[in-house]
Design a protein around this ligand. Structure first.
Ligand code: SAM
Ligand code: SF4
Length: 478
């Protein structure tokens, strides 16, 4: 690779990058990896945009308000950039992620202060893009003009970014994300992911296991496997390396569980159609696989599920829940719901409420349907009025909220293993996660952060539990 450091960097002056992450855990992972790519160029992390020479907005396009937030932030950054330039300094602004992929050059048209637009499959090329920005700035400083504002890379390159990213650096508080699958071929009629993240792609198991070993050696005791459709994982192993054949997610989980130090394994996000027999069985067989599963159902109405092109009905989902609970009776379930999809009637919505009643969820994410340009749902007749969506969302969230409270209350009195992740808001408080991904607050020394500690749960709330560090061992494994 060519040396793309600026003159200033070569003279040893540190530069700072601020990365703002919108959206899902895959974006959190990508932001960390962008920091890894930028570090060899001399970029240290800044805590605020004001401290930074480079600001990266790693964006989400899933719902309309998510992309609009990006444009508001870009307006603020433009002001900062103009103030800086008046003082003879500069600020480089990059837009990454799914808004970058979906809107491309339109971003620079709407906000000319943007220097770089880079899609989620191309961010390993950030060094080259920064060098191009530097070249353009040098021309500008010399009073010359280069054609075209902004530097754009929204390709789906033939080479995988994973083959070009440096090894991840550092593990935060014992927990790490590991991206194993990207993109999606399912084309649900509401969703932009197949267009912004591209076709489904699985990393090979050798690369995934190498990254997992690296993370474990760096202190990760919990690894969360990530993918837009993670349980569709099908990693190809070359015959010469680790036995050949296509690896399923189940096989990968079994292999991860063999890595010394990996005490907790999670995976997200799954599609009900890809919950096969082998994966269900692994939930009963691998103790490191946490008793928590996020399995989006979106709707409880067969009619709406069909219009969404979800390729499964409510019965398949309910049968999956029964089979999972048969192998792992303490499994906590979480899901995603969309209310107000085009054509959703009161009866369809009631079907969703009945499904929630029947399953009982420990937690859930729920959204009003957001009409996304380019998706089939955009053009569907019978769009549901906002007021109806809002009323349905309120009713649905009230039910899900009461189920979450009940679930948390059901754990009060138990002593469970908690992986502490950070300091709490109150002095002396630390916060962690149970095996069921509940947040727990307890009084404890900061040195406990990054480790698993037995905690006696004393109070259950809507979104968290309070606990006390226990002296006796846990009643639940891991
Ligand atoms: N692959 C997962 C699945 O099959 O369900 C979901 C991934 S998607 C990135 C995360 C969630 O965003 C979806 O489960 C859905 O509930 C929500 N979502 C996606 N598109 C949406 C839209 N147009 N309006 C509202 N919510 C949406
Ligand atoms: Fe989007 Fe998930 Fe459907 Fe793929 S399976 S199109 S990511 S909702």
């Amino acid at each position: 690779m060519t040396d793309v450091r600026t003159g200033e960097q070569r003279q040893g002056q540190r530069k700072r990058v601020f990365i703002r992450t919108y959206g899902c855990q895959m974006n959190v992972y990508d932001s960390d990896r962008m920091a890894d790519v930028l570090r060899p160029l001399g970029y240290a992390l800044a805590n605020t945009p004001e401290q930074a020479d480079l600001v990266v907005l790693n964006t989400c396009h899933i719902r309309e308000h998510a992309s609009e937030k990006v444009y508001s932030e870009l307006g603020r950054l433009r002001d900062t950039k103009l103030e800086r330039r008046a003082r003879g300094r500069d600020l480089t602004i990059a837009v990454a992620g799914c808004v970058a992929q979906a809107e491309g050059q339109e971003i620079v048209r709407r906000q000319p202060a943007v220097d770089i637009v880079v899609g989620p499959q191309a961010y390993h090329r950030l060094p080259e893009l920064l060098a191009e920005v530097e070249r353009k700035s040098a021309f500008r400083r010399a009073g010359k003009c280069l054609p075209g504002a902004g530097v754009l890379d929204t390709d789906f390159p033939a080479e995988s970014k994973f083959d070009h990213l440096p090894a991840p650096e550092g593990v935060r508080a014992g927990s790490a994300f590991l991206s194993i699958q990207e993109g999606c071929d399912k084309f649900c009629t509401f969703c932009v992911v197949p267009y912004t993240r591209g076709a489904e792609y699985s990393r090979g198991p050798a690369a995934v296991l190498a990254e997992a070993r690296h993370l474990a050696a760096a202190g990760a005791i919990e690894i969360t496997l990530l993918g837009q459709n993670v349980n569709a994982y099908h990693g190809e192993a070359p015959t010469t390396s680790i036995g050949g054949s296509t690896w399923s997610l189940a096989r990968l989980i079994r292999a991860l569980a063999e890595i010394e130090g990996v005490a907790r394994i999670r995976y997200t996000t799954s599609h009900p159609r890809d919950m096969d027999d082998e994966l269900i069985a692994v939930h009963g067989e691998v103790p490191q696989l946490m008793p928590y599963l996020h399995l989006p159902v979106q709707s409880g109405s067969d009619r709406i599920l069909e219009a969404m092109n979800r390729r499964h009905g409510r019965d398949l989902f309910l049968r999956l829940v029964d089979r999972l609970r048969a192998v792992r009776p303490d499994l906590a379930l979480s899901s995603d719901f969309i209310v107000g999809f085009p054509g959703e009637s009161d009866a369809d919505f009631d079907d969703t409420m009945r499904l929630i009643d029947e399953v009982g969820f420990a937690s859930a994410f729920s959204f009003k349907y957001s009409r996304r340009p380019g998706t089939p749902g955009w053009a569907m007749p019978d769009q549901v009025p906002e007021s109806v969506k809002a009323a349905r969302l309120a009713a649905l969230q009230a039910l899900l909220g009461s189920q979450a409270r009940d679930f948390n209350a059901s754990k009060v009195g138990a002593t469970v293993p908690v992986l502490f992740a950070e300091r709490g808001r109150k002095p002396g408080q630390i916060v962690g996660k149970t095996p069921w991904l509940q947040s727990v607050y307890a009084e404890g020394k900061p040195r406990l952060i990054g480790g698993i500690v037995a905690v006696r749960l004393t109070e259950g709330h809507a979104n968290s539990l309070a606990g006390e560090i226990a002296v006796r061992p846990c009643e639940a494994a891991a």
